[in-house]
Design a protein around this ligand. Structure first.
Ligand SMILES: O=C1O[C@H](COP(=O)(O)O)[C@@H](O)[C@H](O)[C@H]1O
Length: 234
């Protein structure tokens, strides 16, 4: 099921998304004492992160992790961990506990087991996932034509994450698997701008929507396990 929420500008979008995510976080903390939140990187989420970081909730009961990260040091501008640390894990959210996908190994292939074990050990349940979408129809680090794509999109995969060595930008990455993302209770897809809205029209093409490889974000949208909340702006 898809709930499509469209807003006229990026500020309202960021505010409404932060309100919705925070309210789900509060109710999950009320029912099970803690909540896990996996977020995306890239250019889109910064304002959403800032707004979420100011929300009144018990951040000491929040685990934040990433859907994917580029295999760069977290001092690097391209690091999704850096984006999260500078824009989300501040203000009230400074009390949250962060589980990075990146580790000290030289490549994601070498670091895979460390990332996998970390996710297994630290995330008993994945509650909320906020995904982005690239202009090529990728989400997380599931890229069309990547050698890792079949494994990433395998709904039966036991693995929580996969190494990606051939992404078009920042080739080396670690990404959550589709099978882990689909275990989340709530999934959001967040994007903005006319160009991404055009991409989204292609994503939703009636004849192609079950053809996941050319536009991997379809694998999240056109499944029957978890409803997806789209938050987008013009
Ligand atoms: O590389 C990535 O791209 C996507 C989309 O990013 P954006 O810059 O177009 O907003 C993002 O969701 C993903 O986490 C990131 O690693």
């Amino acid at each position: 099921m898809i709930n499509d929420n469209r807003f006229s500008d990026t500020h309202t979008l960021a505010q409404q998304l932060a309100d919705s995510v925070a309210s789900k976080m509060r109710s999950i903390i009320d029912s099970r004492g803690r909540v896990s939140l996996a977020v995306s990187g890239g250019t889109t989420p910064k304002e959403f992160f800032l707004k979420l970081s100011e929300k009144e909730l018990d951040w000491s009961k929040v685990l934040v992790t990433l859907v994917d990260d580029r295999w760069v040091d977290d001092s690097d501008e391209a690091s999704n961990a850096r984006l999260v640390k500078e824009n989300l894990l501040i203000n009230k959210a400074a009390l949250a506990y962060f589980v990075p996908l990146k580790n000290a190994e030289a490549t994601p292939k070498e670091g895979l087991m460390i990332s996998e074990n970390r996710l297994h050990e630290q995330i008993d349940e994945l509650d909320i996932v906020v995904l982005g979408m690239g202009m090529d129809g990728h989400t997380a680090s599931w890229f069309p034509q990547s050698e890792a794509l079949t494994s990433c999109l395998d709904e039966q995969a036991a693995a929580c994450c996969f190494a990606v060595m051939d992404a078009p930008e920042f080739a080396q990455r670690m990404t959550m698997s589709l099978s882990l993302v689909l275990r989340a209770k709530h999934i959001y897809l967040h994007f903005e701008g006319a160009d991404k809205n055009k991409v989204f029209e292609q994503v939703c093409d009636e004849h192609e929507k079950h053809n996941f490889e050319p536009m991997p974000v379809r694998s999240v949208l056109f499944q029957n396990q978890v409803p997806v909340n789209i938050y987008r702006s013009a």
